[in-house]
Design a protein around this ligand. Sequence first.
Ligand SMILES: Cc1cc2nc3c(=O)[nH]c(=O)nc-3n(C[C@H](O)[C@H](O)[C@H](O)COP(=O)(O)OP(=O)(O)OC[C@H]3O[C@@H](n4cnc5c(N)ncnc54)[C@H](O)[C@@H]3O)c2cc1C
Length: 407
Amino acid sequence: MFDFELSPAMQNIREMIHWFAKTEIRPLAIEADRTHQVPREFLMKLVKMGFGGGSIPGRFGGGKLLGEPEGKKKESEINRIGAIAMEELAWGDPAILLNIPGPGLGGPPVMIMGTPEQQKMAFEVFKDTENPHWGAYALTEPGFGSDVAALSTTAVKDGDYYILNGTKIFITNGARADWNVVFATIDKSLGRAGHRAFLVFKRTPGFKVGKIEQKMGLRAAETAELIFEDCRVHKDFLLGGEEYYEKKVKGGGFKGAMKTFDQTRPLVAAMAVGIARAAYERLVEWINENYMINRPIPRYQRIRELLVEMDREIKTARYLVWQAAWMGDVGKPNTKHASMSKAYAANVAQRVTSKALEIMGRDGLERDNLVEKLYRDQKVFDIFEGTGQIQRIVIYRRLFTKLYHYT
Ligand SMILES: Cc1cc2nc3c(=O)[nH]c(=O)nc-3n(C[C@H](O)[C@H](O)[C@H](O)COP(=O)(O)OP(=O)(O)OC[C@H]3O[C@@H](n4cnc5c(N)ncnc54)[C@H](O)[C@@H]3O)c2cc1C
C-alpha cells in the first residue's frame, strides 16, 4: 500500500510534541548552550510527563509518549512514532533532546540482546517518578571510533566475573547514567567474534567517570570519558548471557552493536531533519522581517532559489527517514535505508544551516542567533552513530546485492 498519510496516533503525537518543543524546549535552548546544562526542574517536568520511559515497551514499565492515547501504543508503529517525535524534539533543541531522561542509545542493545531478567533490571529504574534516570551506550575508545573491529577494552573471565579494563570516550550521558552498555573484547585475536556487551551499573567497583568533553556543538549535552580499571562485572550482566554468544550467535556482541544502528540511525537522521527545519523556519521569519522578497532585485531571486532547494531537501530527507523507520516497523531489513537516511539528513542539516547563515549575513553570526547555534550543533550528526563516509560504505556494500532499485 502507498500511503503518505500519518495515522491519527502519529498525527496526535506530532502535534503534541511540537507544542511541547515550542513552549518548553525552544525557550531554554540558547541559555542551555551557554551554560552547558539543562535546569533540573525541566528534567523533572519531563520525568513527571512520562518522557523517561517513553521508549521502553509498556511491559517493562515504560511511560506513554506525550499525546499518545491511553493503551493505544502500537508496537508496529514504534520506529515511525520515534522518528516523528525526534524530529519535533530536535526542532525544539537537539542538545536538550539528548538530555531527556531514559535509556537513550543504551535501550536498543538491551532490548535486542538482553535476557528478560536483564531488561527488567535495566528498565526498572525508569519507573521512578521522583528523579531523572539515564542509560548510555559506551563503544567509542581513544583508539577508535568508526573501526569497531579495533575495540580494545578487555573483559577477562575470572570465575563468575568478567574483569573489564579500558577507557571509553565521548559517551552521551555516560557520567550520569544509572548503567552503561559497555562493549569489550574477551580475546582480540578473535576479532568481532570476541566482542561482548555488558550492562555496567554506576557504582560497580573499578568503574569511574573521567573528564566531561568540551564540544563545538551540542554543548548542553553531556559527553563523558569512562574509565574501567579492574572493574568486576558479574556474568549475569553480560547481555544475553554466555550462551547467546557461544551457541546462538557467533560474533553476537558486534552484531548486537550493529543491529542497534538499524534502529537508531533513522532516529538520529530524524533529529537532523528537525535541525534543518528549525534553521529553515527561522530563516523564513528573518527574511519576512528584513526583505520584501517579491521585489525584482537579483539577489532576491537567488534567495528564492535557495529556499526552494532547502525545502525540497528537508522533505526528501524526511521521506528517507520515514521509509527506514517503516521498514523497521514491518520487519524488513533496513540497514541500507537506515544509512541512507542518516547520511543524507546529516548533509541536509549541514547545507541548510550553512545557507541560512549565508543569507542572514552578519545577523546570522550573532551569538544568540538560533541558526548560529544550529550550525554548530549539526556537525555532530555527520560524526556520531557512524560518520558520513561509514554510511556510504554501508550503502555501497549493499548496492550490488540486488540488481534492481525498487527499494
Ligand atoms: C557529541 C558526540 C556524542 C557521542 N556519543 C557517543 C556515545 O554515546 N557512545 C559512543 O560509543 N560514542 C559516541 N560518540 C563517538 C562517535 O560515535 C565517534 O566520534 C564516531 O564513531 C567517529 O569516530 P572518531 O571520532 O574516532 O572518528 P574516526 O573513526 O577516526 O574517523 C575520522 C574520519 O575518518 C573517516 N573514516 C574512518 N574510517 C573510514 C573508512 N573505513 N573509510 C573512509 N573514511 C573513514 C571518518 O568518516 C571521519 O571522517 C559521540 C561523539 C560525539 C561527537
